[in-house]
Design a protein around this ligand. Structure first.
Ligand SMILES: Cc1cc2nc3c(=O)[nH]c(=O)nc-3n(C[C@H](O)[C@H](O)[C@H](O)COP(=O)(O)O)c2cc1C
Length: 198
């Protein structure tokens, strides 16, 4: 296969990956659905042990965002219990409408082959990273939230997930207003890598 890929450009896309939050999105600027379809094609190329392809996406767009805002505030209000927090509720109501598209990510356990659950979570996380890396070339921004209803058992059934499946998080996507704030810091790569050369 001929390789026309631009390595410098690819490294730049990966090394500039960053979370962009809904309050940093341009108001009311909608992403064409075709772009979201393409980004989800990228997600669907994630590696997957035994090809179980456990990632599941529920996309909320247009008026669907309002439905999602209502759904997650209802679930949160009903089941948050002692953890209930007014500020969180406000974000759960506002973030979907500040976004162009909201993608709820689930992990569906395969019952046809036996692989450890963690491998299905890893595969879904790889799909999420593919979404993340796809945003920059389209001048989009987004972030993954694991707050709100993510770990509430009662939320799963609303996303076609059963008791053995997991809600992994919610990805909010929009056009960034301005990306002048700095990237978050990382400690040096060398501190996390050990080379064995002989
Ligand atoms: C698994 C996972 C869950 C996250 N959940 C949240 C969240 O619930 N709320 C939030 O504000 N950010 C969340 N984030 C975003 C991180 O806070 C963010 O990645 C981190 O601050 C580093 O910033 P960067 O992505 O711009 O490098 C999550 C990130 C990951 C990988």
């Amino acid at each position: 296969m001929e390789n026309n890929f631009d390595v410098k450009e690819f490294n730049s896309i990966v090394q500039n990956r960053r979370s962009v939050y809904p309050n940093q999105f341009q108001k009311d600027k909608q992403i064409p659905d075709e772009i979201i379809h393409e980004i989800l094609e990228n997600a669907n190329r994630a590696p997957t042990h035994k090809l179980t392809q456990p990632w599941r996406f529920t996309v909320f767009a247009g008026e669907g965002r309002e439905l999602f805002a209502n759904l997650q505030t209802d679930i949160y209000t009903k089941y948050a219990g002692e953890k209930f927090n007014e500020k969180k509720l406000k974000n759960l109501r506002e973030y979907p409408l500040l976004s162009s598209h909201v993608i709820v990510v689930g992990m569906k356990r395969s019952d046809s082959v036996s692989i450890p659950e963690i491998e299905e979570v890893i595969a879904t996380a790889c799909a999420i990273e593919n979404i993340f890396l796809s945003l920059t070339p389209y001048s989009l921004g987004g972030y993954l939230s694991t707050g709100g209803i993510t770990y509430m058992e009662e939320a799963k059934s609303h996303f076609d997930l059963g008791p053995d499946d997991k809600l992994i998080g919610t990805f909010f996507i929009g056009y960034p207003e301005d990306l002048s704030n700095p990237l978050t810091k990382r400690t040096p790569t060398d501190e996390k890598v050990k080379w064995v050369t002989g």
